[in-house]
Design a protein around this ligand. Structure first.
Ligand SMILES: [Zn+2]
Length: 257
């Protein structure tokens, strides 16, 4: 099946701007996230649905997740190796076409030319119609949580890599000698946003989202999986109500065409 099988979604009520027609443009998808489990938590249902629809869905994780533990005795190199294995397993559950991980230390992601070059390279290689990341402007979620700097920097770096990076041959032009060429991304989808203008129906994919998250075992000690199993479906139900479906994920979608 292709994305044409997706039913058009109505404009979500109360969303800023005009909303947008669904479905997302045809073609590959590249998700770019800071930490090994960010894709599943923010957008796992959407990625799983697109993969099941026959889309080519790729994942790029920017840090190695080596500070994802509060145990001071845990070896960070060992944790990074564990998290690589977990990304591979979770990607398999989601049905992804490929995954890649950079070796940047957890908590040290910055919007630098080096990181932009890596994301631009992935975009030029995979030629995605849609790049999915997280909203870099989302600092505060209610009064209980503020966004991790790696999440904000992942979103900002990804946006800068999409434009004016990947589409302009004068950015990272050394890549052109490796057989890559400039590539313009049609849409950017930003999860973990306070300004969603689109809710993606993920009904039927909640279990897969939680199953993929369950592969990140190093992150699920102390009852965390139980927390996610309660919180994520509840959040997806709230988002689903906005478009009249059981489960949905909210995004700020930018159409760049
Ligand atoms: Zn994270």
């Amino acid at each position: 099946m292709t994305e044409a099988a997706e039913a058009p979604l109505p404009t979500p009520e109360g969303a800023p701007g005009e909303g947008r027609p669904a479905p997302a443009p045809a073609g590959p998808v590249l998700g770019v996230f800071a930490h090994p489990d960010d894709a599943e938590i923010s957008s796992g249902g959407t990625l799983a649905r697109w993969a099941a629809d026959g889309r080519e869905v790729h994942l790029m994780v920017l840090t190695n997740g080596d500070r994802g533990s509060e145990d001071p005795a845990l070896d960070r190199g060992e944790l990074a190796r564990t998290r690589r294995v977990e990304v591979e397993a979770a990607s398999g559950v989601l049905g992804l076409a490929s995954w890649r991980m950079l070796e940047i230390h957890d908590g040290e992601l910055e919007n630098t030319a080096e990181v932009r070059a890596e994301i631009v390279r992935a975009i030029r290689e995979l030629r995605p119609a849609v790049v999915l990341s997280c909203d870099p402007t989302a600092w505060f979620f209610g009064n209980r949580y503020f966004n991790h700097s790696d999440h904000r920097n992942a979103g900002a770096t990804t946006l800068d890599a999409v434009f004016p990076g990947a589409g302009n041959p004068h950015f990272f032009s050394e890549q052109l000698t490796e057989g890559l060429s400039a590539w313009k991304v049609s849409e950017v989808w930003l999860g973990w946003t306070n300004e969603p203008n689109h809710h993606q129906d993920i009904t039927g994919f909640m279990e897969l989202k939680l199953k993929a998250l369950g592969e990140h075992r190093s992150q699920l000690e102390g009852g965390m999986l139980g927390f996610f199993e309660e919180w994520l479906p509840a959040e997806a139900e709230e988002d689903g109500k906005k478009i009249g479906v059981k489960h949905a994920e909210g995004f700020r979608v930018l159409n760049l065409e």
